[in-house]
Ligand binder design. Structure first.
Ligand code: PHE
Length: 335
Protein backbone atom coordinates (compact mmCIF):
# COMPACT_ATOMS: atom_id res chain seq x y z
CA UNK A 1 0.00 0.00 0.00
CA UNK A 2 1.26 3.45 -0.98
CA UNK A 3 1.82 5.85 1.92
CA UNK A 4 -0.24 9.05 1.79
CA UNK A 5 2.89 11.09 1.04
CA UNK A 6 3.16 9.32 -2.29
CA UNK A 7 -0.47 10.15 -3.12
CA UNK A 8 0.21 13.80 -2.25
CA UNK A 9 3.25 13.70 -4.46
CA UNK A 10 1.21 12.09 -7.21
CA UNK A 11 -1.45 14.79 -7.02
CA UNK A 12 1.21 17.50 -7.25
CA UNK A 13 2.88 15.81 -10.28
CA UNK A 14 -0.49 15.20 -11.90
CA UNK A 15 -1.53 18.83 -11.56
CA UNK A 16 1.70 19.92 -13.25
CA UNK A 17 1.26 17.45 -16.14
CA UNK A 18 -2.36 18.42 -16.62
CA UNK A 19 -1.54 22.12 -16.67
CA UNK A 20 1.25 21.48 -19.19
CA UNK A 21 -0.93 19.44 -21.62
CA UNK A 22 -0.70 21.38 -24.89
CA UNK A 23 -3.86 20.02 -26.58
CA UNK A 24 -7.17 18.26 -25.93
CA UNK A 25 -5.81 15.04 -27.47
CA UNK A 26 -2.78 15.17 -25.22
CA UNK A 27 -5.00 15.83 -22.18
CA UNK A 28 -7.05 12.69 -22.95
CA UNK A 29 -3.81 10.64 -22.85
CA UNK A 30 -2.77 12.15 -19.52
CA UNK A 31 -6.24 11.48 -18.07
CA UNK A 32 -5.96 7.78 -18.95
CA UNK A 33 -2.56 7.52 -17.35
CA UNK A 34 -3.63 9.28 -14.14
CA UNK A 35 -7.05 7.71 -13.53
CA UNK A 36 -7.40 4.73 -15.86
CA UNK A 37 -6.54 1.05 -15.45
CA UNK A 38 -3.07 0.49 -14.00
CA UNK A 39 -2.78 4.06 -12.75
CA UNK A 40 -1.44 4.66 -9.23
CA UNK A 41 -4.84 5.94 -8.11
CA UNK A 42 -6.70 2.94 -9.59
CA UNK A 43 -4.24 0.54 -7.95
CA UNK A 44 -4.57 2.34 -4.59
CA UNK A 45 -8.36 2.04 -4.84
CA UNK A 46 -8.06 -1.68 -5.61
CA UNK A 47 -5.69 -2.15 -2.65
CA UNK A 48 -8.28 -0.79 -0.16
CA UNK A 49 -9.98 -4.15 0.16
CA UNK A 50 -6.81 -5.64 1.71
CA UNK A 51 -6.81 -3.11 4.58
CA UNK A 52 -8.43 -3.26 7.97
CA UNK A 53 -11.62 -1.18 8.52
CA UNK A 54 -9.99 1.89 10.12
CA UNK A 55 -7.11 2.09 7.73
CA UNK A 56 -9.48 1.49 4.78
CA UNK A 57 -11.67 4.45 5.84
CA UNK A 58 -8.63 6.79 6.12
CA UNK A 59 -7.01 5.56 2.93
CA UNK A 60 -10.36 5.58 1.10
CA UNK A 61 -10.91 9.23 1.92
CA UNK A 62 -7.40 10.10 0.69
CA UNK A 63 -7.87 8.19 -2.59
CA UNK A 64 -11.27 9.89 -3.15
CA UNK A 65 -9.74 13.28 -2.46
CA UNK A 66 -6.86 12.64 -4.85
CA UNK A 67 -9.33 11.45 -7.55
CA UNK A 68 -11.48 14.57 -7.04
CA UNK A 69 -8.52 16.95 -7.27
CA UNK A 70 -7.12 15.29 -10.40
CA UNK A 71 -10.57 15.14 -12.08
CA UNK A 72 -11.21 18.78 -11.31
CA UNK A 73 -7.81 19.80 -12.68
CA UNK A 74 -8.48 17.86 -15.89
CA UNK A 75 -11.91 19.49 -16.31
CA UNK A 76 -10.47 22.96 -15.75
CA UNK A 77 -7.68 22.35 -18.27
CA UNK A 78 -10.13 20.92 -20.82
CA UNK A 79 -12.30 24.05 -20.64
CA UNK A 80 -9.20 26.19 -21.03
CA UNK A 81 -7.96 24.22 -24.07
CA UNK A 82 -11.38 24.26 -25.73
CA UNK A 83 -11.52 28.02 -25.38
CA UNK A 84 -8.00 28.37 -26.83
CA UNK A 85 -8.79 26.12 -29.78
CA UNK A 86 -11.98 28.04 -30.58
CA UNK A 87 -10.11 31.32 -30.37
CA UNK A 88 -7.39 29.99 -32.70
CA UNK A 89 -9.97 28.78 -35.23
CA UNK A 90 -11.74 32.15 -35.22
CA UNK A 91 -8.44 33.99 -35.60
CA UNK A 92 -7.62 31.81 -38.63
CA UNK A 93 -10.96 32.64 -40.24
CA UNK A 94 -10.76 36.35 -39.62
CA UNK A 95 -10.67 38.84 -42.49
CA UNK A 96 -7.66 41.08 -42.38
CA UNK A 97 -9.29 44.46 -42.76
CA UNK A 98 -5.90 46.15 -42.95
CA UNK A 99 -5.03 44.52 -46.32
CA UNK A 100 -5.20 46.93 -49.28
CA UNK A 101 -8.48 46.49 -51.22
CA UNK A 102 -8.84 45.30 -54.80
CA UNK A 103 -9.78 48.36 -56.78
CA UNK A 104 -12.77 48.19 -59.15
CA UNK A 105 -12.54 49.90 -62.52
CA UNK A 106 -15.79 51.87 -62.83
CA UNK A 107 -17.69 50.95 -65.98
CA UNK A 108 -19.31 53.41 -68.38
CA UNK A 109 -21.93 53.22 -71.09
CA UNK A 110 -20.50 52.50 -74.53
CA UNK A 111 -19.61 55.71 -76.35
CA UNK A 112 -22.28 55.08 -79.01
CA UNK A 113 -24.93 54.67 -76.32
CA UNK A 114 -23.76 57.86 -74.61
CA UNK A 115 -24.00 59.82 -77.85
CA UNK A 116 -27.43 58.36 -78.68
CA UNK A 117 -28.71 59.30 -75.22
CA UNK A 118 -27.34 62.80 -75.65
CA UNK A 119 -28.99 63.27 -79.06
CA UNK A 120 -32.31 61.86 -77.86
CA UNK A 121 -32.16 64.21 -74.85
CA UNK A 122 -31.83 67.25 -77.13
CA UNK A 123 -35.07 66.30 -78.90
CA UNK A 124 -36.83 65.30 -75.68
CA UNK A 125 -36.13 68.81 -74.39
CA UNK A 126 -38.03 70.08 -77.47
CA UNK A 127 -41.02 67.92 -76.54
CA UNK A 128 -40.32 64.87 -78.71
CA UNK A 129 -41.42 61.37 -77.65
CA UNK A 130 -39.04 58.38 -77.77
CA UNK A 131 -40.02 55.02 -79.30
CA UNK A 132 -38.12 51.96 -80.49
CA UNK A 133 -39.11 49.31 -83.03
CA UNK A 134 -38.25 45.78 -84.15
CA UNK A 135 -34.86 45.00 -85.71
CA UNK A 136 -36.41 42.17 -87.76
CA UNK A 137 -38.78 44.09 -89.98
CA UNK A 138 -41.17 43.31 -92.81
CA UNK A 139 -40.62 44.41 -96.38
CA UNK A 140 -43.78 46.52 -96.03
CA UNK A 141 -42.56 48.77 -93.22
CA UNK A 142 -38.92 48.89 -94.28
CA UNK A 143 -39.65 49.66 -97.96
CA UNK A 144 -43.16 49.66 -99.40
CA UNK A 145 -44.87 51.88 -96.83
CA UNK A 146 -41.96 54.29 -97.27
CA UNK A 147 -42.63 54.59 -101.01
CA UNK A 148 -39.72 52.43 -102.23
CA UNK A 149 -40.66 51.03 -105.64
CA UNK A 150 -40.47 47.24 -106.15
CA UNK A 151 -37.23 47.52 -108.15
CA UNK A 152 -35.46 49.99 -105.85
CA UNK A 153 -31.80 48.94 -105.53
CA UNK A 154 -31.86 49.05 -101.71
CA UNK A 155 -34.13 45.99 -101.85
CA UNK A 156 -31.40 43.92 -103.54
CA UNK A 157 -29.93 40.99 -101.68
CA UNK A 158 -26.55 42.60 -102.19
CA UNK A 159 -27.61 45.52 -99.95
CA UNK A 160 -30.13 44.07 -97.50
CA UNK A 161 -29.85 41.12 -95.12
CA UNK A 162 -32.97 38.97 -95.55
CA UNK A 163 -34.11 36.48 -92.92
CA UNK A 164 -35.32 33.04 -93.89
CA UNK A 165 -38.76 32.68 -92.34
CA UNK A 166 -39.84 29.95 -94.73
CA UNK A 167 -43.07 30.51 -96.62
CA UNK A 168 -44.15 33.93 -95.43
CA UNK A 169 -46.37 36.12 -97.56
CA UNK A 170 -43.81 38.89 -97.51
CA UNK A 171 -40.09 39.15 -96.92
CA UNK A 172 -38.64 39.58 -93.44
CA UNK A 173 -35.34 41.38 -93.18
CA UNK A 174 -33.00 43.12 -90.78
CA UNK A 175 -34.14 46.74 -90.99
CA UNK A 176 -31.80 48.84 -93.09
CA UNK A 177 -32.79 52.07 -91.33
CA UNK A 178 -34.95 53.29 -88.43
CA UNK A 179 -37.46 54.91 -90.85
CA UNK A 180 -39.94 51.97 -90.67
CA UNK A 181 -40.87 53.33 -87.24
CA UNK A 182 -42.26 56.44 -88.96
CA UNK A 183 -44.94 54.25 -90.52
CA UNK A 184 -45.47 52.02 -87.47
CA UNK A 185 -45.87 55.03 -85.18
CA UNK A 186 -48.19 57.03 -87.45
CA UNK A 187 -50.45 53.97 -87.87
CA UNK A 188 -50.92 53.92 -84.10
CA UNK A 189 -51.02 57.66 -83.35
CA UNK A 190 -52.90 60.64 -84.75
CA UNK A 191 -51.06 63.93 -85.40
CA UNK A 192 -49.47 65.97 -83.99
CA UNK A 193 -46.45 63.64 -83.86
CA UNK A 194 -43.03 64.53 -82.49
CA UNK A 195 -40.99 61.35 -82.40
CA UNK A 196 -37.37 60.19 -82.13
CA UNK A 197 -36.33 56.56 -82.63
CA UNK A 198 -32.86 55.41 -81.58
CA UNK A 199 -31.93 51.96 -82.82
CA UNK A 200 -29.66 49.42 -84.43
CA UNK A 201 -29.76 48.89 -88.18
CA UNK A 202 -28.13 46.47 -90.63
CA UNK A 203 -26.75 46.59 -94.15
CA UNK A 204 -24.81 44.18 -96.25
CA UNK A 205 -21.60 46.21 -96.12
CA UNK A 206 -18.15 44.82 -95.53
CA UNK A 207 -16.45 46.15 -92.39
CA UNK A 208 -13.99 48.90 -93.33
CA UNK A 209 -12.88 52.21 -91.75
CA UNK A 210 -16.16 53.94 -92.65
CA UNK A 211 -18.68 51.05 -92.90
CA UNK A 212 -20.03 48.46 -90.54
CA UNK A 213 -22.77 45.91 -91.33
CA UNK A 214 -24.30 46.79 -87.95
CA UNK A 215 -24.64 50.43 -87.02
CA UNK A 216 -26.95 52.83 -85.22
CA UNK A 217 -29.37 55.52 -86.28
CA UNK A 218 -31.61 58.08 -84.73
CA UNK A 219 -34.77 58.78 -86.66
CA UNK A 220 -36.90 61.87 -86.20
CA UNK A 221 -40.42 62.71 -87.30
CA UNK A 222 -42.59 65.79 -86.81
CA UNK A 223 -46.12 65.87 -88.25
CA UNK A 224 -48.79 68.50 -87.74
CA UNK A 225 -51.20 70.58 -89.80
CA UNK A 226 -48.77 73.22 -91.06
CA UNK A 227 -45.14 72.15 -90.67
CA UNK A 228 -42.78 73.67 -93.22
CA UNK A 229 -39.24 73.22 -94.48
CA UNK A 230 -38.34 76.25 -92.32
CA UNK A 231 -39.31 74.21 -89.25
CA UNK A 232 -37.06 71.40 -90.46
CA UNK A 233 -34.10 73.78 -90.92
CA UNK A 234 -34.68 75.53 -87.60
CA UNK A 235 -35.06 72.32 -85.63
CA UNK A 236 -32.06 70.55 -87.15
CA UNK A 237 -29.84 73.62 -86.91
CA UNK A 238 -30.81 73.96 -83.24
CA UNK A 239 -29.92 70.30 -82.76
CA UNK A 240 -26.52 70.66 -84.49
CA UNK A 241 -25.65 73.68 -82.33
CA UNK A 242 -26.68 71.91 -79.13
CA UNK A 243 -24.64 68.88 -80.09
CA UNK A 244 -21.50 70.38 -81.64
CA UNK A 245 -21.33 74.03 -80.61
CA UNK A 246 -23.43 77.21 -80.45
CA UNK A 247 -21.95 79.06 -83.45
CA UNK A 248 -22.09 76.18 -85.91
CA UNK A 249 -22.98 76.89 -89.55
CA UNK A 250 -25.27 74.45 -91.36
CA UNK A 251 -26.25 74.06 -95.01
CA UNK A 252 -28.85 71.91 -96.71
CA UNK A 253 -28.03 70.25 -100.03
CA UNK A 254 -30.68 68.68 -102.28
CA UNK A 255 -30.80 64.91 -102.10
CA UNK A 256 -33.18 62.04 -102.80
CA UNK A 257 -35.04 59.68 -100.51
CA UNK A 258 -38.21 57.85 -101.66
CA UNK A 259 -40.11 58.81 -98.47
CA UNK A 260 -39.37 62.56 -98.38
CA UNK A 261 -39.94 65.28 -100.96
CA UNK A 262 -38.08 67.54 -101.11
CA UNK A 263 -35.13 65.71 -99.55
CA UNK A 264 -31.85 67.11 -98.29
CA UNK A 265 -28.58 66.37 -96.60
CA UNK A 266 -27.59 68.64 -93.75
CA UNK A 267 -23.90 69.53 -93.65
CA UNK A 268 -22.15 71.40 -90.85
CA UNK A 269 -18.97 73.45 -90.83
CA UNK A 270 -17.12 71.76 -87.99
CA UNK A 271 -13.47 72.46 -87.12
CA UNK A 272 -12.88 74.01 -90.52
CA UNK A 273 -14.39 71.24 -92.66
CA UNK A 274 -17.83 70.58 -94.13
CA UNK A 275 -19.26 67.41 -92.73
CA UNK A 276 -22.40 65.54 -93.80
CA UNK A 277 -24.42 65.00 -90.64
CA UNK A 278 -27.80 63.59 -91.62
CA UNK A 279 -30.49 63.00 -94.23
CA UNK A 280 -33.85 64.76 -94.02
CA UNK A 281 -36.84 66.03 -95.92
CA UNK A 282 -40.58 66.72 -95.95
CA UNK A 283 -42.64 63.56 -95.46
CA UNK A 284 -43.85 62.27 -98.86
CA UNK A 285 -47.68 62.27 -99.26
CA UNK A 286 -47.52 58.59 -100.28
CA UNK A 287 -46.24 57.74 -96.78
CA UNK A 288 -49.16 59.59 -95.16
CA UNK A 289 -51.52 57.66 -97.39
CA UNK A 290 -49.99 54.31 -96.46
CA UNK A 291 -50.48 54.95 -92.74
CA UNK A 292 -54.05 56.19 -93.11
CA UNK A 293 -53.46 59.94 -92.72
CA UNK A 294 -55.23 62.39 -95.01
CA UNK A 295 -52.31 63.86 -97.04
CA UNK A 296 -54.15 67.14 -97.66
CA UNK A 297 -54.53 67.83 -93.93
CA UNK A 298 -51.01 67.16 -92.63
CA UNK A 299 -47.43 68.07 -93.38
CA UNK A 300 -44.27 67.00 -91.66
CA UNK A 301 -40.55 66.54 -91.79
CA UNK A 302 -38.34 63.55 -91.06
CA UNK A 303 -34.64 63.04 -90.54
CA UNK A 304 -32.22 60.22 -89.91
CA UNK A 305 -28.68 60.30 -88.64
CA UNK A 306 -25.93 57.79 -87.97
CA UNK A 307 -25.14 57.62 -84.26
CA UNK A 308 -21.79 55.91 -84.89
CA UNK A 309 -20.76 58.77 -87.16
CA UNK A 310 -21.85 61.26 -84.52
CA UNK A 311 -19.72 59.45 -81.93
CA UNK A 312 -16.76 59.50 -84.33
CA UNK A 313 -17.15 63.24 -84.96
CA UNK A 314 -17.56 63.97 -81.26
CA UNK A 315 -14.51 61.94 -80.18
CA UNK A 316 -12.27 62.28 -83.23
CA UNK A 317 -12.42 58.55 -84.02
CA UNK A 318 -11.04 57.94 -87.52
CA UNK A 319 -11.99 54.27 -87.95
CA UNK A 320 -15.50 52.99 -87.13
CA UNK A 321 -14.02 49.59 -86.25
CA UNK A 322 -12.49 51.10 -83.10
CA UNK A 323 -16.05 51.57 -81.78
CA UNK A 324 -16.74 47.85 -82.06
CA UNK A 325 -13.38 46.71 -80.73
CA UNK A 326 -13.87 44.68 -77.54
CA UNK A 327 -10.48 45.82 -76.21
CA UNK A 328 -11.27 48.09 -73.28
CA UNK A 329 -7.94 49.89 -73.66
CA UNK A 330 -9.31 51.27 -76.94
CA UNK A 331 -12.90 51.89 -75.85
CA UNK A 332 -11.91 53.55 -72.57
CA UNK A 333 -10.21 56.35 -74.50
CA UNK A 334 -13.61 57.57 -75.66
CA UNK A 335 -15.41 58.60 -72.49
N1 PHE B 1 -33.47 56.54 -93.61
C1 PHE B 1 -32.49 57.35 -94.29
C2 PHE B 1 -31.17 56.60 -94.37
O1 PHE B 1 -31.00 55.61 -93.70
C3 PHE B 1 -32.28 58.66 -93.59
C4 PHE B 1 -33.49 59.54 -93.61
C5 PHE B 1 -34.43 59.48 -92.60
C6 PHE B 1 -33.69 60.45 -94.63
C7 PHE B 1 -35.55 60.29 -92.61
C8 PHE B 1 -34.78 61.27 -94.66
C9 PHE B 1 -35.71 61.20 -93.64
O2 PHE B 1 -30.27 56.97 -95.10
Amino acid sequence: MEPPATLDQLVADASARIAASPSLGDLRGVEGELLGRGSTIADARAGLRDLGPDERRTMGRLVNQATAVVTEAITARRIELEREETAARLAGDAVDVTLPGRSMVPGTLHVIRQVMDEIVDIFVSLGYTVATGPEAETDWYNFTALNFKPDHPARAETDTLYLDYGDTAEGVLLRTHTSPMQARYMEQHQPPVHLVVPGRVFRRDPLDPTHSPVFHQIEGLAVDSDITFADLKGTLTHFAREFLGPDLTTKFLPHYFPFTEPSAEMHVLYRGAWLELLGCGMVHPAVFEHVGYEPKQVTGFAFGMGADRMAMVRHGVTDIRHLFDPDLRILMQYR
